[in-house]
Write a protein that binds this ligand. Sequence first.
Ligand code: TXA
Ligand code: MG
Length: 493
Amino acid sequence: MHTEVMAVDRDHPAPDVIDRAAAVIKRGGLVVFPTETVYGLGANGLDADAVLGIFAAKGRPADKPLILHVGAPEQVRNLVQELTPAADVLMERFWPGPLTLVLRRSALVPDVVTGGGDTVAVRMPAHPVAQALINRAGVPLAAPSANLSGGASPTAAEHTAGLHGRVDLILDAGPTGVGVESTVLDLTGPVPVILRSGGVGRNEIGAVLGCEVEVREGDEVYQLATPFMLLDGPPEQVIRHLRHLLALDQAQGRRAGVLAYREEVTFWSPAALVQVVGSRDDQNELAGNLFAALHRLDGAGLDVIYASCGPSSGLGAAINERLKRAAGGRVRRVPVRSLLFVCTGNTCRSPMAEALFLAAWQRRCREQPPAVSSAGVAAVPGDLATPGAVAAMETRGLSLAEHRAQALGAGTPDLVLTMTGGQRQRVRANFPALAERTFTLREYLGQGDLDVVDPFGGDMAVYRACADELERLCGQLVEMLCLAGNGPVEHEV
Ligand code: TXA
Ligand code: MG
């Protein structure tokens, strides 16, 4: 398919360009168009075949529903069973704008739009080009963000390059304004629920409705091509930790990039590629630049990208949420005041790691170590450490005699480190409060997703090899935490 790109003026879209685009929509084609949040990939939302084209072009899973974009609030009426008072007042206050409402659908809406469900998401975008196109086409536009499925949303037409050859027309009106996607608010239950934080904040919605608004965000991730690490904590500690990580990267020849707040650029070593996203205190600026900055860093051929959470008020919640998604749902908190090692039975790997970590810390740092413990995802409480683990520690002057296995349970340590990806999955699934802060040990150290293999049932050589490996990894972990995140700086990096 040949993809045509047409420039269009944001505020005064030329009628002939809009006519062309509307004609493509009316004959069932696909048009990438700007909204005030991100670029959308639009088709006639009442034409099931046209909508199927969106899924094909994006590689989007068929059960993921689409937003219908309307040109005026009245156009929602035919698409839904009823307009509730809450919907009315929200449309009145926030439309046109970055708020999507999920309502009960009418029979007019094709199943492909709703993923077969009985609700439909609707929004009226504020962008003049989007409005002109919808009104000229005379139909609601089904449109997801105009990225290939799983990618970060496009805030400029250049970011939609992946769709060349897959869509009929791209309307290029320059960068979008808001920068993060619309807030998706479900109004079909007893209380309003934010399914995705975005351009309109929770408090703003709560204030208009005069009630509590719940937040229940999905765990969708943006698959960046480059490994992405997100830090959270007091800015001074985050800066110190990140400087240490950058020094490690440099020493190991890894090229790193930092998504940086303007106030902090001077802290990053010249070895890192720094992409300023905006001022820490200007959330509109941050949101507006976020995806463009991510796209730029992701396209720079780096080995790793770092970012840190900002304040979470207002648009900040939506920004931090996007960062979290880019980080695969995981956040590195600094400083680490409490640390839990997790394996399966809590009789070999995790108690060894606990002992080895503390020993390494005491050799290396004068600061107070974090509170360290260990547990198993399938532990029999009270079990002793296996003889192999006891012996492997004894040769290092460490004792596991007092160790008793415990199951994973209460408490929320700052950091949970598992030995394997499978254990990480079990922690995340069974303990939602820990999900964000659970990593495999190697993953946390930036060494990819390799497991520390279970020595259980092996001979002494197997245990020794496992202990050697854990000793090395724990030493690296101490370097990362002791010298970088916790306590005062011992030496400049
Ligand atoms: O700002 C935006 O919302 C952009 C612009 C183009 O309007 N659109 C956008 O669409 O981000 P998309 O498809 O990338 O994300 C839509 C989100 C998805 O998380 C989807 O699951 C959710 O809205 N959604 C759509 N219909 C829904 C429904 N009926 N019930 C619950 N969630 C729905
Ligand atoms: Mg999307």
